[in-house]
Design a protein around this ligand. Structure first.
Ligand SMILES: [Zn+2]
Length: 187
């Protein structure tokens, strides 16, 4: 069965059986937290369990590498909406060990795109718009520094007030152990 068909079939039963009942929660996060973390599949359940977050407790914002690159990009926009529209009072940036974005070689991604049939001309056209695809795709080299950098994007954002603590953490995707990188109360 194709993936989407499998998902839709499962979903029908899920709703019919009312398996959603134990997850019913409010749009405003109970613990008043916004969490920016990586899209890594190992963190889907582990992160929530390891920090005791249940359905309805936090706004989860997921992006490759938990990186906040653009102060006016969609990740930062989500953080602002979480804080000002959905009452999140604190922000956590949670990077993780063995992240795929750590030392990721963007040229490999570009070669893969090309091998699927996107030609050089397309890359050339994109470069003429001022976008450096390689730079745009690139990950990071130092996890701790990267978490600090993303924390600072939020902390120093002109639209984020100083009463919003922004914490930086690193999680082990195997054991769930957290390492504190920056404590947002220490300011
Ligand atoms: Zn990752």
């Amino acid at each position: 069965m194709r993936k989407l068909d499998e998902i839709l079939e499962f979903n029908k039963k899920f709703v019919e059986n009312q398996d959603y009942v134990s997850y019913v929660s409010d749009v405003v996060p109970n613990k008043k937290l916004a969490i920016v973390t990586c899209m890594d599949a190992r963190l889907i359940e582990l992160l929530q369990k390891a920090i005791n977050i249940k359905n309805g407790d936090a706004k989860m914002i997921k992006t490759a590498g938990a990186q906040i690159n653009n102060p006016f990009g969609s990740i930062m926009r989500s953080v602002l909406v979480a804080v000002y529209a959905l009452k999140a009072e604190e922000v956590l940036v949670v990077g993780h060990k063995n992240c795929g974005m750590n030392s990721m070689d963007p040229s490999k991604v570009i070669n893969e795109i090309k091998s699927r049939g996107v030609d050089d001309k397309t890359f050339e056209i994109i470069s003429h718009t001022g976008i450096d695809v390689e730079d745009w795709l690139k990950g990071f080299t130092d996890l701790e520094e990267e978490v600090k950098r993303s924390v600072n994007v939020v902390r120093n954002h002109p639209l984020v007030t100083k009463d919003v603590p922004v914490h930086g953490l690193i999680i082990d995707p195997k054991t769930g152990e957290l390492e504190l990188v920056t404590n947002g109360y220490d300011l």
